[in-house]
Design a binder for this molecule. Structure first.
Ligand code: HEM
Length: 410
């Protein structure tokens, strides 16, 4: 098969395995116009995240029709990208992130109270998504009625869950994208018409009033995509939270350390982001022809940078498949080595605008899981398929017997 999305279909280990088999960090796949170049590792990262590449039209259509939408920051280049990216980064100040942490903290407490009243197993993937959803709606200034929580969260979740699928599940993602785009565009219209007044500085207000470089408001459909670019990925942190909980199950020796030592929390979070598979690769097209790594890169060539493979590159990470938060205790993280959310820098490159937010949310969830509650992890299927994108423990991680710890126990 020479499809450009073969690496996505074949799973997280495909590029890494091919690199190891061929003894290189860079190889071509397919023939003729369908050829794709695949790369991994920090050195490849410096090439991939340079002006030799552009993002316009690089993402497969099926990913744009579900996960990303059309017209958003991910597909922009040069000054237009820089200007739009600044909008996202303006929402990520330390104060704004603290604010979201405080809001989410309260949502975890409310969720714990609901769990205890329920007396039945909770599925952490589902419940964490709802905690994050409630929090990010409030933080962004987007109304969310209690009765709409499950449905709205499902709609945004479907965008994450379906891009690389085929058949009915992919179409579920496409329908969710159309619904979400229409819903978010209506919100933008309401703000512009004065029918809805989100606080200044909140994402909904900032995006609805954002002006392009030539002073125009964003098209409502594009503003909708950018608003969803805040809501959707924040809810997607549920997967990292579930992987963090899985890591506690698989490496119980860390539990006590996290419970009692603040210093251990962030290294554990970073190792969760490095170790477990999430986004397999970033995609770009060659802007100007060049040669690198013994290969020619003609203009327009689709190129995939293996994020998961770079996080497991044996030249960068000792014993890369071992889960070991110790590696982050005294490590300075470079721009191209730990890349679960993209490489390079946040301002000028396409590195994830929500990376600090994500780290803060996983840190918080670890505190909740180790200090605020006790729980049992019953027998269940915790296998993580490397052929499903994006993947998760099969069960979604069920927890039972949830009780709150008293403050003296924490
Ligand atoms: C759930 C955890 C997350 C993962 C795994 C993730 C992953 C990524 C990846 C792989 C990219 C593309 C990097 C590239 O093209 O080189 C990206 C870009 C982006 N992410 Fe995230 N992300 C996450 C959370 C977030 C959050 C919480 C937000 C916002 C609240 C966010 C907003 C964005 C935006 C706006 C971009 C586009 C940046 C650009 O094109 O310049 N992400 N993310």
């Amino acid at each position: 098969m020479t499809s450009p999305i073969r690496p996505l279909i074949e799973g997280y280990d495909f590029i890494r395995r091919e690199c190891e088999r061929r003894g290189t960090d860079c190889f071509e796949l397919g023939v003729g116009p369908l050829t794709v170049t695949c790369m991994r590792g920090p050195e490849a990262g410096t090439v991939f995240y340079s002006d030799r590449f552009e993002r316009a039209g690089a993402m497969p259509r099926r990913v744009r029709r579900t996960l990303l939408g059309e017209g958003g920051v991910q597909g922009l280049d040069g000054e237009d990208h820089h200007h739009r990216k600044a909008l996202f980064l303006s929402l990520m100040t330390p104060d704004a992130l603290d604010d979201l942490t405080t809001i989410t903290d309260a949502e975890w407490d409310a969720a714990i109270a609901r769990w205890q009243a329920r007396h039945e197993p909770i599925r952490l993937l589902t419940d964490a998504a709802q905690v994050l959803s409630r929090a990010v709606h409030r933080w962004s200034g987007v109304p969310l009625a209690e009765d709409d929580v499950a449905q709205r969260t499902d709609m945004l979740h479907a965008l994450i869950d379906t891009p690389a699928r085929v058949g009915p599940r992919h179409w579920r993602g496409r329908r969710a994208r159309s619904r979400a785009d229409r819903w978010a565009a209506d919100l933008i219209d309401d703000v512009r018409a004065g029918k809805l007044e989100p606080p200044a500085g909140r994402a909904l207000h900032a995006i609805a009033t954002h002006r392009t470089r030539d002073g125009q408001l964003l098209e409502p459909s594009v503003a909708a995509v950018e608003l969803i670019n805040i809501l959707r990925p924040t809810i997607a942190i549920d997967r990292f939270i579930v992987f963090a909980a899985l890591a506690l199950v698989e490496h119980p020796q860390w539990y006590e350390r996290l419970r009692t030592s603040d210093d251990a929390i962030e290294p554990f979070t970073q190792e969760v982001r490095r170790h477990y598979p999430f986004f397999p690769a970033a995609a770009a097209k060659v802007r100007t022809p060049f040669d690198w790594g013994g290969l020619h890169f003609p203009a327009g060539r689709l190129t995939l940078f293996d994020l998961y493979g770079t996080n497991h590159h044996p030249d960068v990470w000792a014993d890369p498949d071992r889960f070991d938060p110790e590696r982050f205790f005294d490590r300075e993280i470079g721009p191209f080595d730990l890349v679960p959310q993209g490489g390079s820098d946040h301002e000028s490159g396409h590195r994830c605008a929500g990376e600090w937010l994500t780290i803060a949310q996983i840190n918080l969830a670890l505190r909740v899981l180790t200090r605020r509650i006790d729980y049992t992890v019953p027998a269940q299927d915790l296998r993580v398929s490397h052929r499903r994108f994006p993947t998760q423990p099969a069960s979604g991680l069920l927890l039972t017997d949830i009780t709150t710890r008293t403050p003296t126990e924490a």
